[in-house]
Design a protein around this ligand. Structure first.
Ligand SMILES: *Cc1c(COP(=O)(O)O)cnc(C)c1O
Length: 331
């Protein structure tokens, strides 16, 4: 399908700014760090899922769905933005929330994103930790169908080929902005989890025949699991826009060194990164994704991955509302 024939509805505030992080660059002693402010996409407090939902919700509308289902953890940004997008499109929304850390405090259980899910009108269905979320989504969709409804299932993180389309255009947007600002990007760094963001970026850059690299820092999954998923989604995006181009396996870098104990579990380095970026740049990262990704970026700077004059773009993928679910971590 030609790119302009792929259904799409505007939901995000675009383009998001691409800004220098001069103070942080000075603090770390280079490289030249820039931030792509995808925490400023709007759609009920920003984040990377807004770009994906422009395509996913358009697909749901095209298929005449009347209810959207998805899944995520208690403090899922994806669930919050899906609830917002569904509300905007006049669709019902059901969120299957996996309560991974049932022993954590009330802010985690009821504040931050989960508070917003309810405010945005979504129905929250609770899942115990360890539940097979894909199976739970399919089972709930079947129940709704049996009741005469038309459900649309959005996979974890919105990371289908359709969702990843949103980051194909983000790659092009970022290249254009860097061009306007008069610099060449050496590498793009961002938090990766379900893979759609990275896949869209890799595909978008390949479509432009750009040599800019993408460095994904995992928020949970091991690289051996996630990298092939990113690769497959990226090739899916290219196929869907009707191009014939292969993506070399080494175009997908997933570094899983900064996860800590597991997804969602704070690390000391994450906390330091969140605090430093807030204090130097007045930018609020999040404890689950962008904070761990920034802790990785800072370590890569220490290891001289880039030269002092290289321009490195950090995509702030959002997640700020989750800070309020992690009060105890920063207390
Ligand atoms: C979902 C999410 C990511 C990861 O994006 P994927 O497309 O799932 O890899 C990164 N940062 C934040 C804040 C997110 O909510």
């Amino acid at each position: 399908m030609p790119a302009n024939a792929i259904p799409h509805i505007p939901l995000a505030h675009l383009p998001t700014p691409l800004e220098p992080m001069a103070a942080l660059s000075r603090e770390l002693g280079g490289p030249q760090l820039w931030v792509k402010r995808d925490d400023a996409t709007g759609l009920a407090m920003g984040g990377n899922k807004a770009r994906k939902l422009e395509y996913l919700i358009a697909d749901a509308v095209e298929r005449e769905a009347d209810v959207v289902l998805t899944t995520g953890a208690t403090q899922s940004n994806h669930c919050r933005q899906t609830a917002a997008a569904a509300a905007r499109a006049g669709l019902e929304c059901e969120l299957l929330i996996e309560h991974r850390f049932p022993d954590w405090g009330v802010e985690y259980q009821a504040g931050g994103n989960i508070l917003l899910d309810r405010l945005l009108g979504a129905t929250v269905i609770d899942l115990d930790a360890g539940t097979d979320r894909d199976a739970a989504l399919e089972a709930r969709a079947a129940e709704l169908e049996a009741a005469g409804r038309t459900p649309y299932v959005i996979p974890l993180g919105g990371s289908s080929v359709i969702g990843a389309m949103g980051y194909r255009t983000a790659a092009v947007e970022t290249l254009r902005q860097a061009d306007d600002l008069g610099f060449e990007i050496r590498e793009i760094v961002h938090a990766t989890a379900s893979g759609g963001t990275q896949a869209g970026l890799v595909a978008g850059l390949a479509i432009r025949r750009s040599s800019v690299g993408v460095y994904g820092i995992s928020a949970g999954a091991p690289s051996s699991y996630l990298a092939p998923i990113v690769h497959e989604l990226a090739e899916g995006v290219i196929e869907r826009v009707g191009l014939d181009r292969t993506i070399p396996a080494d175009a997908v870098i997933v570094d899983d060194s900064y996860v800590g104990d597991e997804y969602g579990m704070p690390t000391h380095a994450m906390r330091e990164a969140v605090e430093l970026v807030a204090a130097t740049e007045a930018i609020l990262l999040d404890p689950v994704y962008s904070g761990k990704a920034m802790s990785g970026l800072m370590e890569l700077v220490r290891r001289d991955r880039w030269g002092r004059d290289d321009n490195v773009v950090f995509i702030h993928t959002g997640g700020t509302p989750a800070l309020f679910g992690y009060r105890e971590t920063f207390a």
